[in-house]
Design a protein around this ligand. Structure first.
Ligand code: ADP
Length: 768
């Protein structure tokens, strides 16, 4: 390149450094100066200058053009489709402009090349510059480490400075000063200064950022987060789901049949839900609450089946006997039809397990055409279980009453409360008194669950409670309940239940018919006697189900479609070995062992009481399942015998030189009562007189210190239990004579009952 005169390209917004290529795109309409020059230049060379202090070419004149520029080379020029021209210019080296020559719209200039000075200090400046650059890269986020690789090939300060300058994001004015500075050391200082300023700025920016971030208050954060959630929902196609939900909730609320106060409350909660921030911890709580309020069966009632005959037929069809309760339901309906506003009775069915309490209650619901709600309160010790937790409590829920009502879906279901005798009372409150609020007809039209907060009308609910032991029902509740006792079934009753209810039901459930399977009465009786031991028929039902299951399996696996007539002898094949012995009292008649009678969870059973004696000082030891009351009975019986030892022919030294031990077998008794009194006394006399009592004799009765025999409870169950154990003779208190009426003739014909009012009478019969 010989010519010292070249066209000048005035650049307004950027600096092109030596050894640096720049790609530019020019708009052909607006950047005509550039286009013209580029078109005119010869040999592709030009002078690149940045005007000293002007912003646009209108006011451009020679005085505003600098004394130094960069020799540039056009490396590429091409028109690109969008009406623009793309050029690539390479900066070559600094030159000194000698003079500018105006050529119409643009300039040309004479220039001369410059010798770039070097110095001994260059090396140290290079180090200084690199260090600054490293700090710069560290602090200023826009520049990457890539530049360091390019620096490695450069060993003079001037080129190093220019390369670094081309990378830096320092502002245009600084760059303009830099490009017109010739001394590399001065340029180096300029760069270091510019970098330091940038670092300071970057630090300041960071500081401000963190402060701003800190100052972003919760509301703003929430705003951003909510916006984000919206974006996410939008992406997932769930946009506006909350708006739609609100509309849905309001529509649902409008349809509710609750009173206006409750509606207002629900609307209020919906509004809260609408306005509350979606990340507030309350969102879920309000939504849950709304869910409950909108799904309770406010004002929804089923219409009772008022056809008394039909009700009776349904009940008879599903359950054998149980006349008292069936009658009570019919009466209730009859009176209800006569009066318009009848309070529902609160019935409590009391009896051993499996006698049909729960299933009958379900049948009652069916017969009345009502829904069923069912809870069990056994083991509950916290009143919140009944009446709910307050909403402020974390994880709060309504109590079981409201939960069951929601499940039932109507406000007048038959509501079964199982195991009402098994609630406990402790520090968390008394669930029985909460239950009282639920059951009390005076209050339960305004039942208030802690969670729901609003009153719910339970007055149309027909409550049926169940319990095993009447004695264990909390006193205050017992007062309100209409108790109906259901006692154990005798084996003949069980036979009827099996034939008329259980077998047809189970056949149907197993997809069989009576044309395929028949079970003889003897076989059913054997199932009752030898495969079950229970007061009710639950186990029997299970045994029948097992038998039918095995038959179905045989039919399908062995393709054995023959008619099955199951007799007594077939049972072992299907059910395995007999589990219980019948009418075979396994106890031997022994001195000191006498059969008492107990009312247990299986209904009734015999309870052998054992007494023994050994050398000692007249002490009494008691073991086995003896509650406090029974221990007292032992003391009383012993005192009674001691005070009458002469009449009973007991040698006095026997009592003073021996210790006596009384044992009642574990597991035989669940309930602690005084009814073993006469049995204990008899076992002691047998022991002390060395006379056996026949193992086929049993007895039940409380004894006093004077030997009076007092009435006991549960006679029917006890007698049924004793009968199945093969007992032939039973001593019972005279006061219990009336209870014999309840006992089936089938049983009475097998057993001799001896009524006693004083222990003397037993003594006479057994020991004289
Ligand atoms: P509970 O509630 O007294 O413990 P369930 O109601 O659960 O007893 O009864 C157990 C099973 O015995 C049920 O399948 C029921 O149908 C049947 N059952 C009980 N008593 C009778 C009865 N009198 N007639 C017909 N089936 C009965």
């Amino acid at each position: 390149m010989d010519s010292k005169k070249l066209l000048v390209l005035v650049i307004n917004d950027m600096v092109i450094f030596p050894n640096n290529e720049v790609r530019l795109e020019y708009d052909n309409v607006y950047d005509y100066q550039m286009i013209e020059i580029v078109d005119k230049i010869t040999d592709n060379y030009m002078l690149l200058v940045n005007p000293i202090d002007i912003d646009n070419d209108e006011s451009l004149d020679i005085t505003s053009l600098p004394n130094y520029g960069v020799l540039g080379k056009l490396k590429l020029k091409m028109n690109i489709p969008n009406g623009k021209t793309r050029i690539i210019i390479e900066g070559i080296k600094r030159v000194e402009i000698l003079n500018y020559i105006s050529e119409g719209k643009h300039y040309s200039a004479n220039f001369k090349e410059i010798e770039i000075p070097t110095s001994d200090e260059d090396e140290s400046y290079i180090n200084l510059l690199i260090k600054s650059l490293e700090r710069y890269i560290d602090k200023v986020p826009y520049i990457g480490n890539a530049i360091m690789n390019q620096l490695a090939d450069i060993n003079n300060l001037s080129d190093l400075c220019d390369l670094i300058a081309s990378f830096l994001t320092i502002d245009y004015n600084h760059k303009k000063i830099y490009i017109t500075t010739i001394s590399p050391i001065k340029r180096c200082k300029l760069l270091i200064q510019a970098m330091n300023e940038e670092i300071k700025l970057a630090e300041l920016e960071k500081k401000i950022d963190t402060e701003i971030e800190k100052e972003l208050n919760d509301a703003q954060k929430e705003y951003f987060l909510r916006e984000k959630i919206k974006m996410i929902q939008k992406e997932l196609g769930e946009a506006n789901s909350k708006d739609e939900e609100i509309v849905f909730l309001k529509k649902k609320c409008a349809k509710l049949k609750c009173n206006s106060k409750i509606k207002e409350k629900i609307y209020h909660e919906i509004n809260r839900y609408e306005t509350i921030h979606s990340n507030s911890p309350e969102v879920g709580m309000i939504r849950d609450y709304l869910d409950w309020m909108l799904n309770l069966p406010w004002g929804i009632y089923t219409k009772d089946n008022d056809d008394l005959n039909k009700v009776k037929a349904i009940l008879d069809n599903s359950h054998y006997a149980l006349e008292e309760i069936k009658e009570r339901i019919i009466e209730y309906l009859a009176v209800k039809q006569n009066t318009n506003n009848l309070r529902s009775p609160i019935i409590c069915l009391v009896g051993p397990p499996g006698v049909g309490k729960t299933s009958l209650a379900i049948s009652i619901a069916k017969s009345l055409n009502r829904k069923t709600a069912k809870i069990s309160v056994g083991g509950i010790n916290d009143e919140a279980e009944i009446i709910g937790h307050r909403r402020t409590y974390i994880g709060a829920n309504p109590g079981r009453i409201i939960q069951a009502i929601r499940k039932a879906g109507t406000s007048n279901p038959v509501f079964i409360i199982d195991e009402i005798d098994k609630m406990t009372k402790d520090i968390k409150g008394d669930p029985a008194s909460s239950l009282l609020e639920v059951l009390d007809p005076e209050q339960n039209n305004k039942f208030s669950d802690h969670y729901i907060e609003e009153e719910f009308d339970l007055s149309k609910v027909l409550f049926i409670a169940t319990a095993n032991y009447i004695e264990q029902i909390p006193y205050e509740l017992k007062d309100r309940l209409e108790i109906i006792n259901i006692s154990s079934y005798t084996e003949y009753e069980k036979l009827d239940i099996a034939k008329n209810h259980l077998i047809p039901k189970e056949l149907e459930e197993h997809g069989l018919t009576s044309l395929q399977v028949q079970i003889t009465d003897e076989a059913i009786m054997t199932m009752i006697r030898n495969y079950t031991k229970e007061a009710g028929v639950r186990e029997l039902e299970r045994v029948i189900a097992t038998l039918l299951r095995k038959i179905v399996k045989k039919v399908l696996l062995e393709k054995n479609y023959s008619f099955y007539n199951i007799g007594e002898n077939d049972l072992e094949d299907f059910l395995g070995k007999k589990k219980y012995l019948y009418l075979e009292n396994s106890n031997k008649s022994e001195v000191g062992i006498v059969n008492g009678m107990a009312y247990t969870i299986f209904g009734g059973d015999i309870l052998p009481v054992e007494a023994t004696l050994y050398k000692g000082k007249g002490n009494l030891t008691l073991t086995g399942s003896l509650g406090e009351v029974m221990q007292e009975s032992c003391q009383i019986a012993l005192s009674y015998i001691k005070s009458n030892q002469k009449e009973f022919n007991i040698k006095s030294e026997l009592l003073s030189t021996n210790d006596i031990h009384i044992h009642v077998p574990e597991g035989a008794v669940n309930k602690d009562g005084p009814s073993a009194g006469i049995t204990i006394a008899t076992a002691l006399i047998s022991l002390l007189t060395n006379k056996t009592v026949d193992k086929n004799i049993s007895m039940t009765g409380e004894i006093t210190l004077r030997g009076r025999v007092l009435a006991i409870g549960g006679l029917k169950e006890k007698v049924i239990g004793a009968h199945r154990a093969g007992i032939k003779k039973i001593f019972i208190p005279t006061e219990n004579e009336k209870d014999l009426e309840e006992i089936a003739l089938d049983i009475k014909k097998d057993i001799e009952f001896i009524l006693v009012s004083n222990y003397q009478e037993i003594y006479e019969k057994l020991f004289k």
